[in-house]
Every structure is written in C-alpha cells, then in structure tokens.
Design a protein. Structure first.
Length: 143
C-alpha cells in the first residue's frame, strides 16, 4: 500500500502557493496557468488556508463579488485538513471522501512538504491494483 510520501516522490514536491493579500483574480489566473485546482495560502512557511476552484465558484461567482477586488484571505478555506507523509493513500481517500475535500496539504514537522489531490490518490490506488493483478496473474499462470 502506497503512502503519501510515495505519491509525492512520484509527482514531485512542487507546492503552488499564494499570499493571503493576492487578489482572487490573480489566484485563479495562476491556477489556470498551472492547470491545478487549488493553491495553498501561505505567509512565509506558515499555512493559513487553501483556495480552491470550489471556493471561487461558491464565494465569488454565486455571491456576485468581483474577483479583481476581493483578496484571497476573504474567501479561502482557513480550516485546512492536513496529512503527514506517512499516511496511506487509502486513508487520504477516506479523509477526502468524509470531509468532502479534493486536496490535502502534506505537513511534516510543521512544514508544508507537498499537496495530494483526489486525482493523485486515485492514480496511486489504480497503480497498486494493476501491480497486484499482474502478480496474481503471474502466480496463477505459474510464471
């Protein structure tokens, strides 16, 4: 069973983050450029929150606010669920499902070391399943 650490090794440890005073427009533009669905909101090494496409849709578009005039800190999710690198991918998926979140920052010794998305978790689980199936087929076939 893969751990979050394994997933981060496979995808790289790049963490896209923004300042809380960044405008929502700038944040959404960055998400589009990087083709990602969330940005960590940080001040230095301190995790303050997370801004997701869902935050944008529910707190800007639906409420009729201006993304050019609203700062990230006004709409970010500040109660962020985090995991440590030793947590299994299955546990991550369970947390994401239970808490209805699609991204989990990975924190080790108080420092953000990565982020895992629901897509990352599903990809890791499928990879593990393919490996297991391959081994079972080889065992059954006697090779």
């Amino acid at each position: 069973m893969k751990s979050v650490s394994d997933v981060l090794k496979g995808k790289g440890g790049e963490v896209s983050c923004i300042s809380p005073v960044t405008t929502v427009f700038e944040a959404i533009t960055l998400m589009a450029e990087k083709e990602i669905g969330a940005l960590l909101v940080m001040e230095g090494d301190v995790l303050l929150g997370i801004l997701t496409e869902r935050d944008y849709a529910r707190k800007i578009i639906i409420l009729g606010k201006s993304s050019r005039e609203t700062s990230v800190q006004e709409i970010m999710t500040s109660k962020v669920m985090v995991v440590n690198p030793g947590v299994s991918v299955d546990e991550c998926l369970a947390i994401m499902t239970e808490k209805h979140v699609r991204h989990l920052p990975v924190v080790e010794h108080g420092k953000v070391v990565g982020i895992v998305s629901i897509g990352d978790a599903v990809k890791a689980i499928i990879s593990d399943q393919h490996f297991t199936i391959s081994n079972l087929v080889n065992y059954i076939m006697g090779s």
